[in-house]
Design a protein around this ligand. Structure first.
Ligand code: C5P
Length: 229
């Protein structure tokens, strides 16, 4: 499997620019897609996003936007100018907010987050939602697609349900991945890279098993081997 067709997105969950750039430089012969989330974006801002895009790799900007429709639309416009490939929004913002994001996007995919994997049924009860998690996740995913988002971020737990109910056309990006040889850490419901791809993931997001490995390049090589075996 070559860099071009591999499905791995490496999460750059590091506190500052140097560690992020070092990882991109180390991995860019093997990996073409990197995720920048709230930690790194809050520390380094759009300048680092531009710099990483300019280095020739693709960027998934995981900001999980959730605000009034006008504010989300303006933020989506700003993100579109950065040259990133994908941006996340929270689907619990409702149809008007989702549509504002879809309408404002330019040359970029909008991915919807349904329910955070840290949430439990107890969390839903606390905020007044009486549904089962699966029903809630599916309803939000359908709301997103009805309002023209491009894909969904789904945990391994939800992936089979969403793939079955939503069909093959929708892009599904799956974090919570642990290669067979790595420590689960705080990920409770994880899948191996191979299991997630077999279950229909378009992309898998992997952070610590690669970034905290003493040799990140070797970790990627082992994962690619595991996927193509
Ligand atoms: O280090 P690890 O592989 O657990 O990193 C997973 C990445 O995916 C992190 O950036 C985390 O924030 C993100 N993520 C997740 N679960 C979700 C959504 C995003 O683990 N439901």
């Amino acid at each position: 499997m070559t860099k071009i067709d591999n499905k791995i997105i490496v999460a750059l969950d590091v506190p500052e620019k140097k560690s992020a750039v070092d990882l991109v430089v180390q991995l860019r012969d093997q990996i073409s897609f990197f995720k920048i989330g709230l930690q790194l974006y809050t520390a380094e801002g759009p300048a680092l996003v531009r710099e990483i895009v300019a280095s020739g790799v693709k960027v998934f900007l995981d900001l999980k936007l959730h605000d009034i429709p006008n504010t989300v639309a303006r933020a989506v416009e700003s993100a579109s100018e950065l040259g990133v490939q994908m941006l996340t929004i929270h689907l619990s913002g409702g149809s008007e907010m989702i549509r504002a994001a879809s309408t404002a996007r330019k040359n970029m995919s909008i991915l919807g987050v349904t329910l955070l994997t840290s949430a439990t049924e107890e969390t839903l009860r606390e905020i007044g939602i009486k549904e089962k998690i699966d029903n809630h996740v599916l309803r939000l995913a359908e709301l997103g697609l009805a309002n023209e988002i491009n894909g969904i971020v789904a945990s391994p737990h939800e992936l089979p349900l969403l793939r079955r109910e939503l069909g093959d056309a929708v892009k599904i990006v799956v974090p919570g991945i642990r290669p067979s040889w790595s420590e689960p850490g705080d990920q409770k419901r994880f899948m191996t890279p191979r299991e997630a791809i077999d279950a229909g993931a378009d992309y898998i997001v992997i952070g610590r098993p690669i970034t905290a490995h003493p040799d990140p390049g070797e970790a990627v090589a082992k994962i690619l081997e595991e996927i193509s075996a």
